[in-house]
Ligand binder design. Structure first.
Ligand code: GLU
Length: 467
């Protein structure tokens, strides 16, 4: 049988890393088994669903390469089908209309709460055979026996039917509720394996009962535990509960994020680095931990740096270009991105760091970093910088070798240490004390810009000493 999994997010909040990990596990399981992966947008809550959230889901999945074989299906477009199934359940007596008033339900609730019991609907309308159109529809849950879930992560979990009440499957306005739509979709779409967050484990016995009532095949289940903050608390926005696209905008690579997420709650020996192909080859849902795991931002950075170092320069161009565009940086007047990447990718942890640390290549700066200027643009270096300027001017082939030779030669001639000359030069041409090696920095900047900035630095020192 072909394995078919699905990712079924509700677009009521922005897709965050917890959701993405669920998607990844479902996707990996399908890919590992040469199966199919379905994307389904559960947008039946018309008030809370937003187009922006749908966009984040589609863009986030595409960015990460978690491509689907079917869908995206939108539940809001399937209301006729849900209605059909609700009517079918009513006809065969697996569901009934209920007209219990809010007040009555409130009263049942309060009574249960005062006795310290879980509030449950008492089945008042179950045998009344009501036909009112504007009534809610409830599913007739079996009254006794147990529902056993053989969960691939949680193990054997049993629920007593006596603990479950007759849940509402259609509201009084006719709209279907979550547990009904999920079952209809999983049935219609032929889902064999439901992999989702363990916050849905309590819904599973209800869903299984509906599957049984419909005479449908019951899928396998795997409920994966939550992701917690480093302190073991619920994830907050700051911890990464924000949109997955924020990771892209902060310069993380998809491979790094996926590698990081796959290791949250799943392992294969001591291995830390997994290419996508390796994940597909070795992933098994049975190896997912039952207990919650905490995020570890340093590890994500470490992985990102690893993937950045090893990434193809051509490939990195587009995301880096997008980041520069987001910062309104004109790239025309500066080094080719591939050359920049080659130099910077070994020195930065994220693409955003790379962009931020490379701004001086593309933009002139108005001011020097105060501390760097104080320390390095001092009168004592004025004459050496002037000599260096003249020497750099004579270079015919502006490459690392010539640049280095000229700087070393000037330092030798003036009997000062190379670093004593290179650091003021760096501050003069970049505005600050940190940049790639001085020869790479000058080469990428180009001869004209390097010279004009050096000249400006010289003038800065002159003005400073005369004021
Ligand atoms: N739409 C549900 C959610 O976003 C998931 C439902 C499911 O996976 O069964 O939590």
């Amino acid at each position: 049988m072909t394995i078919k999994t699905r990712f079924a997010p509700s677009p009521t909040g922005l897709l965050h890393i917890g959701g993405i990990r669920t998607a990844l596990f479902s996707w990996l399981y399908a890919r590992h088994h040469n199966g199919q992966f379905v994307l389904r947008i559960e947008d039946t809550d018309r008030e809370r669903s937003t187009d922006a959230a749908v966009q984040v889901i589609l863009e986030g999945m595409a960015w990460l390469g978690l491509e689907h074989d079917e869908g995206p299906y939108y539940q809001a477009q399937r209301f006729d089908r849900y209605l059909e199934v609700i009517n079918q359940l009513l006809e065969v007596g697996h569901a009934y209309r209920c007209i219990c008033s809010k007040e009555r339900l409130e009263q049942i609730r309060n009574e249960a709460m005062s006795k310290g019991e879980k509030p449950r609907y008492d089945g008042h309308c179950r045998a009344l055979n009501l036909t009112e159109d504007n009534a809610v529809v409830r599913f007739k849950n079996p009254l006794d026996g147990a529902v056993v879930v053989q969960d691939k992560v949680q193990g054997h979990v049993s629920f007593e039917n006596s603990e479950l009440d007759d849940l509402i499957i259609a509201r009084s306005d006719g709209t279907p509720t979550y547990n009904l739509t999920v079952v209809v979709d999983d049935m219609d779409m032929g889902i064999t394996d439901v992999i989702r967050g363990d916050d849905h484990l309590n819904n599973t016995p209800r869903q299984i009962n509906i599957f049984k009532a419909l005479g449908a095949e019951i899928p396998n289940y795997a409920h994966i535990p939550m992701i917690l903050s480093p302190e073991g608390k619920k994830l907050s926005k700051r911890d990464g509960a924000a949109s997955v696209l924020q990771y892209r905008d902060e310069g993380y690579l998809p491979e790094a994020l996926l590698n990081y997420l796959v290791r949250l709650g799943w392992s294969n020996g001591d291995q830390e680095i997994f290419s996508i192909e390796e994940m597909v080859a070795v992933f098994d849902i049975k190896d997912v931990n039952k207990s919650a795991s905490s995020i570890n931002p340093e590890k994500l950075l470490w992985l990102n740096q690893h993937y950045l170092k090893n990434a193809d320069n051509e490939w990195l161009q587009k995301p880096l270009n997008d980041l520069f565009m987001g910062m309104n940086i004109d790239l025309k007047d500066g080094p080719d991105l591939r050359d920049l990447i080659e130099v910077q990718k070994h020195r930065t942890e994220t693409l955003k760091d790379m962009a931020e640390q490379s701004l001086f290549f593309y933009m002139d700066f108005d001011e020097y970093d105060i501390n760097a200027a104080k320390k390095h643009l001092r009168p004592v270096i004025l004459e050496p910088l002037k000599a260096l300027y003249e020497a750099l001017k004579t270079i015919k082939d502006w490459d690392n070798n010539s640049i280095k030779t000229v700087i070393e030669g000037t330092a030798d001639k003036l009997e000062i240490k190379m670093g004593k000359l290179a650091q003021p030069l760096r501050v003069a041409v970049t505005g600050a004390g940190i940049s790639p090696s001085i020869d790479d920095t000058l080469r990428l900047l180009g001869q004209e810009k390097s010279l004009s900035r050096l000249l400006k630095g010289i003038e800065f020192i002159e003005n400073r000493s005369s004021s």
